[in-house]
Design a protein around this ligand. Structure first.
Ligand code: NAD
Ligand code: WQD
Length: 339
């Protein structure tokens, strides 16, 4: 019995594959390498001593996907594969709707036709928009998403709600807050394509001298230090939540399950706090300048993750500083690798 991990060579997927292997799951990865690199597979093997089966193709190629389902006894799927650059989704919305929705639907078709259940979907806190109240729990009303990327996550959730109900399937929607950090071995981490949009990769590259200065997007927010607040969750903690969510689905007595969990730390940190924590954790300077707010940004978002703690027996365990240390080690690994 195997678990299909789409996008399993990507940032969160690769960490989750390691956790799955550590829990004795057989893993099959489909990833078209559009935002990842093949050496990650070697590194997964180095960490776990096991090389997952890997198929390099685009999930929109239905005939290839069918062959994977023919060849293996698949018992569940964690679906990471998606395009995720928020800014690009505004200039190339069709790329996002096509990739994120068609690849999802293709996998769901196989599940339906072959009577497979247990499906986990990578959703995002972006589905909440600027929530009226903090912390954000799973009953917080969803607002219209700010980006086409965010809309693909809302649509993905809707598709899965219908899929679960109509075909009697077990589904878990995992709403990640802001994933950060790298594997403690420094063999896995985020590989931002081009200039990073996200805060922590930008901070890291600035500390490494690849970027001259971090631009802090706004210090006039109604927060204590004026910078915006997010909930930064360590990627290995996040990966572990996937195993817990999968085990819950697989052990359920119910035919139809629709689980929804926020995955965050429950604690908000401001941009300046992240910069200071990075400097302190790694004893390195991060030059920055204050700039106007970034369009589409919200003031504050942090999770109430009590439901995941209660039902999955999972909670975030790693501090911001510890997570930021791993990011820095990963940056050094990448530098050595490129030399
Ligand atoms: P990532 O880009 O590192 O990983 C996605 C992987 O999917 C990549 O390896 C890419 O090559 C692959 N892929 C994309 N389209 C594909 C296709 N059509 N066929 C096969 N493979 C394909 O991204 P990530 O940060 O690991 O995110 C994983 C998931 O979590 C995504 O669905 C993302 O939207 C979601 N998510 C990410 C964040 C975040 O901040 N990183 C936050 C919330 C939700
Ligand atoms: C965090 C904070 C920025 C970069 C995005 C997606 C969201 C989800 C997670 C996938 C904000 C500030 C950033 C920089 C800065 N992804 N910042 N200078 O915007 O919370 O969420 O990633 O689902 O959908 O929108 O994360 O890391 O981009 O920004 O000052 O160079 O850091 O303004 O306040 P965000 P982020």
């Amino acid at each position: 019995m195997s678990i299909l991990v789409t996008g399993g060579l990507g940032y969160i997927g690769s960490h989750t594959v390691v956790e799955l292997i550590n829990h004795n799951f057989d893993v099959i990865i489909v990833d078209d390498l559009s935002n990842s690199e093949k050496f990650i597979l070697d590194n997964i093997e180095e960490i776990t001593g096991k090389r997952p089966i890997f198929y390099p193709f685009d999930l929109r190629r239905k005939e290839l996907l069918q062959q994977v389902f023919e060849a293996h006894d698949i018992e569940g799927c964690i679906n990471f594969a998606a395009s995720k650059a928020v800014g690009e989704s505004m200039t190339e919305p069709l790329k996002y709707y096509e990739n994120n929705l068609f690849s999802l639907i293709n996998v769901l078709q196989e599940f339906k036709e072959r009577n497979i259940s247990n499906f986990i979907f990578s959703s995002s806190c972006t589905v909440y928009g600027q929530a009226d109240q903090m912390p954000i729990d799973e009953n917080t009303p969803l607002k219209e998403a700010e980006s086409s990327y965010g809309k693909t996550k809302q649509m993905g959730e809707d598709i899965l709600k219908d899929f679960s109900r109509a075909y009697k399937k077990r589904v878990s929607l995992l709403r990640y807050f802001n994933p950060i950090g790298a594997h403690p071995t420094a063999l896995l981490g985020e590989l931002p394509a081009g200039i990073p949009n996200n805060l922590v990769p930008y901070v890291t590259q600035t500390a490494a001298g690849i970027r001259e200065k971090l631009s802090i997007w706004g210090d006039d927010y109604p927060t204590e230090d004026g910078t915006a607040i997010r909930d930064y969750i360590y990627v290995v903690d996040l990966a572990k939540a996937h195993v817990a969510a999968l085990q819950k689905l697989m052990h359920s007595d119910e035919e139809t399950v629709l689980d929804i969990y926020n995955l965050g730390t429950g604690k908000g940190s401001s941009v300046l706090e992240v910069v200071k924590a990075f400097e302190l954790a790694n004893d390195v300077a991060v030059p920055y300048q204050i700039c106007p707010r970034r369009e589409g940004d919200i003031t504050v978002a942090y999770a109430n993750a009590d439901k995941a703690e209660k039902e999955l027996n999972w909670k975030s365990e790693t501090s911001l500083e510890e997570a930021l240390k791993t990011t820095w080690e990963w940056q050094k690994y990448l530098k050595d690798r490129n030399n």
